[in-house]
Design a protein. Structure first.
Length: 172
């Protein structure tokens, strides 16, 4: 059993400290330069990552949105359902100093793929300032009033024959 006082020198003493520092700075010059710059006032040394293990383990915000709700912009995609799912996913995400509206506005494009991404990319820069505006423009494009009218007409013109089961009549 050894203690600190009885332990032998694990590293030999440095004979020429300046030469050792120069060798190390040649191998990785940034190590010495960063601290020299900080001492001269030209910059600060790099700040270590101060996140906890739990925070490092968490998937990125973009990844959470991309993994849980995607909208392709195809004819069979349900824009209302996508918005509901997106709001459900993002309601549990909180970032200090960032409003829910700003966070949703930032994350929404990450929930779009293919045709929907192309639609989003065609929007004029800085034309949307709130998530409410984004949702309105999204629904105007992917769930326009003409689609509402079409669905209303389908419902009002629905007919079931007396000998037909409801779910069979609705399938046709």
């Amino acid at each position: 059993m050894s203690t600190r006082s009885s332990a032998r020198n694990l590293f030999p003493p440095l004979d020429n400290r300046e030469l050792t520092i120069q060798r190390r700075s040649r191998v990785d010059p940034t190590l010495l330069n960063e601290f020299e710059m900080a001492a001269e006032g030209n910059g600060d040394p790099p700040v270590p990552d101060l996140r906890t293990m739990e925070e490092l383990y968490q998937p990125s915000l973009n990844g959470r949105v991309q993994n849980s709700c995607q909208f392709h912009g195809l004819s069979g995609d349900d824009a209302n359902k996508h918005l509901d799912k997106f709001l459900h996913v993002t309601q549990s995400i909180k970032v200090n100093g960032v409003t829910d509206d700003a966070l949703r506005l930032y994350l929404f494009p990450h929930s779009l793929t293919h045709h929907a991404t192309a639609w989003f990319d065609c929007l004029p820069r800085n034309s949307i300032n709130t998530f409410e505006q984004m949702a309105k423009m999204f629904l105007e494009n992917y769930f326009p009033p003409s689609m509402v009218t079409k669905l209303i007409n389908e419902i009002t013109n629905f007919r079931q024959r007396p000998d037909e089961l409801l779910f069979k009549a609705w399938e046709l």
